[in-house]
Design a protein around this ligand. Structure first.
Ligand code: PLP
Length: 392
């Protein structure tokens, strides 16, 4: 089904496929997506076929996994050759950081709102290769963001690596403008799309990024342990894999010791892979296709708008996420008067069965406005908060 149709979602059908929603107000897809029951049944049947029958299996799980690669490529606006399967979004960041060559003193520009997925590999590179990491504050405004980046750039700048949507305030960075700037300065660009892919349309060619990483387990609601990495084909050659094995080399000669890497995402894949998981991600994609991506994206956007509107109406709450959906995504973060988010998070879960994510950096609460959430979920959260904070 097309990515752009914009019919509204049949919410009773959607929610019926998520039995947990009868019991829990699940406002944290941004941490773990949950698999629709019908997609899970399909996944379970091919998992069991593969795991219990081995090479005597009856379903072509590898073939299904490769179809998933094609569909992920389509979702990203890329070609299948530009996609590598990974285990998570962090893997893709590591493929870039480990694949480039570093000299002590080389610099990376990132932001102050990165997930550990970016921060930890960068800190490790800083400790082991003595690179310099520069962090700029985030803004959805291209002019502001470019000014901040330009203030940090030097002839030693070797990489721009940042979130497409930040995990803390859900700010959508102006990736297209940043990538254009990076290309003009011959600096490779890497975007972490863990909170973007599946939440709004992505077109990596339009963004102009060199590298893009994401996962299957959040907004795509696939199995945990599935990640996807995009590299522009002509930028692949700059990434020398730290690990190779059966699958990553296009050609070898054991007598002459000559080797040639695949000039595709396959260069990062080797050995026996989690084929059933990638095929299972395809089961989730089937489910989304049956809803229509346009409807899914439209729902996430309108519920995000609704949540922000309701938060702004409450004098005891302070919205941290940008107001416009185009400057943000399906993550909505806010502070609660009194800065008691930790206790509130626990009480929401234990007393009200409402699951949210806390943002320690800002002492804030983050919710996700997923395709399976509705206005009642947001209202339930706000009324629980009102009771707790104002005693009303
Ligand atoms: C922006 C961002 N990047 C990366 C991650 C981690 O993704 P993964 O566990 O797939 O590496 C998360 C979420 O947990 C995230 O919010």
């Amino acid at each position: 089904m097309s990515q752009s149709s914009s019919n509204s979602l049949d919410m009773s059908r959607v929610r019926a496929d998520y039995p947990i929603l009868a019991d829990v107000t699940y406002l944290n897809l941004g941490t773990y997506g949950i698999m629709p029951a019908s997609a899970y049944r399909n996944f379970e049947s091919l998992l069991s076929d593969f795991e219990q029958k081995g090479v005597a299996n009856t379903v072509n799980v590898n073939g299904k996994a490769n179809t998933t690669r094609e569909r992920i490529a389509h979702l990203l606006g890329a070609s299948p050759k530009e996609i590598a399967f990974t285990r998570n979004a962090t893997d893709g960041i590591n493929l870039v950081l480990a694949g480039l060559t570093w000299q002590a003193g080389d610099e990376v520009i990132t932001t102050t709102e990165e997930h550990e997925a970016m921060n930890h590999p960068l800190l490790f590179l800083q400790a082991t290769r003595h690179i310099v990491v520069k962090r700029v504050e985030v803004s959805p405004d291209p002019a502001v963001m470019l000014e901040r980046i330009e203030s940090q750039v030097t002839p030693r700048t070797r990489l721009i690596g940042m979130s497409h949507v930040t995990c803390e305030t859900g700010t959508r960075l102006p990736a297209k403008e940043i990538c254009a700037w990076a290309a003009a300065h011959s600096v490779p660009s890497l975007f972490d799309g863990a909170q973007a892919l599946g939440a709004f349309p992505i077109d990596v060619r339009d963004l102009g990024c060199d590298y893009y990483t994401s996962n299957g387990h959040k907004w795509l609601c696939g199995p945990k342990g599935t990640g996807v990495f995009y590299s522009r084909l002509d930028k692949l050659v700059q990434l020398v894999p730290a690990h190779v094995g059966a699958g990553s080399l296009a050609w070898v000669d054991i007598h002459t010791s000559e080797v040639e890497l695949w000039n595709s995402g396959l260069r990062f894949e080797y050995g026996t892979r989690a084929w059933a998981l990638y095929a299972g991600l395809g089961c989730s994609l089937d489910w989304f296709d049956s809803l229509g991506w346009g409807s899914v994206y439209g729902h996430i956007a309108s519920l995000s708008d609704y949540a922000k509107k309701r938060i702004l109406e409450q004098s005891y709450l302070q919205l941290l996420s940008p107001r416009r959906f185009d400057d943000s995504s399906g993550l909505v973060s806010f502070k609660v008067r009194g800065n008691v988010s930790f206790e509130i998070g626990r009480a929401l879960r234990e007393k009200h069965k409402i699951v949210v994510r806390l943002v320690p950096h800002y002492n804030a609460i983050r919710i996700s406005t997923a395709h399976f959430n509705n206005e009642d979920d947001v209202d339930r959260l706000l009324s629980a908060l009102k009771t707790m904070v104002l005693g009303e």
